[in-house]
Write a protein that binds this ligand. Sequence first.
Ligand code: PMP
Length: 429
Amino acid sequence: ASLDPVMQDSVKKRLRLLGPAYRLFYQNPVQVSRGAGVHLYDRDGQEYLDAYNNVVSVGHAHPRVADAICRQAHTLCTHTRYVQDGILRYSDEILSTFGGQLGMSGHMMYTCTGSEANDLALRIAQHHTGRNGIIITSEAYHGNSYLTAGLSPSLGARSPLGTWVRRIPAPDSYRLPSKDMGAWFADCVRAQIHDLERHGNGLAAFIADSIFSSDGIYAFPTDLLAPVAEVVREAGGVFIADEVQSGFGRTGDKLWGYQRHGVDPDIVSMGKPMGNGFPVAAIAVRPEIVAKFGGDMRYFNTFGGNSVAIAAAQATLDVIRDEQLIENAQRVGVFLRKGLRELQTRYPQMGDIRGAGLYIGVEMVKDPVGKQPDAALASAIVNGLRERRVLISATGFYANILKIRPPLVFSEDDASRLIEELERVLSNF
Ligand code: PMP
């Protein structure tokens, strides 16, 4: 369908001003002008159900977060080279959520983006171990800095990977036998550690997103990461949990996704929903891992952890707790998956429905026996839903997995609307 002339003009202007590397969502792009809760509004005031944005996890334009940002901006906005109460209070509170060694004696180090957080985590791991090898999953995304882009295959087939990077397969619970998957996963890591030792100077770190978002959203089984952590530590490596996607209650039962796997990471990186859209990200690190790094060099990030960033992060964490959003993600996630499974009985192209909390993947296939990915169908559904003003996206190597990841304030009514509209779209195929 052709775009209306005003939209055509905006899209052309955007291409000229922002250049060719940016991608737009939807064949018929959405021009947004306002957000509130789980809704976005276009320039004509039309309302869209946002079932995709995980950054605004406590809802678009949450008044408590907006007020906290404004109040702090009116009072003071400066960096981490002064003593400030806010950053100490927040660090204390967030560290206490990790449990284990991180909870008892960890340090917080602040950045502005998840990319910077992972970049810092990896530099610390390399300095601590004196080695440079990094192991990732096959379609991982860990950031857009030089270092993290080199370990983000999902950026594109021609995006260069670092020579020090090794990949293990994604834990594809739809196609691989789930029995002993943890042992298999650990064996994959072991093989790559040997390769790094043969062809380089060995393992610095293993880094993974515990819900394997860009690999295809694999929330189960949850006995995968503990055996890996053991193998990584035996080799003297650092275990990094990238919680940029799975953190802050997204997966429903816990604040952190890695906690579902019962591991105790050496470093946790976090970002995206941390300030409900305000740029704030961080790592939590065990003291012995960062001791040499901290002795040999200094760390400063002009904007990372500034007064306003911390005010945004504190207000977001307060809202997650006060509005019981982890429990909501769990309850509504179960409700939504149940509704999707009910749809699946009529639409077998929905090959697999998976996820945890409010992070849900629906794998579209040509037929449920052969399980061949159907990217065209996934794209048609994403665009069909957009025409019905429900916003989702697709992920995975073939982009055939519907990605449903709404703000954590999503209700059962919102989930019902999503399911009804999905059924309407599916009935056209
Ligand atoms: N890690 C993961 C798992 C991510 O999904 C992302 C962002 N999509 C990043 C790191 C990078 O975060 P940012 O875009 O804030 O740099």
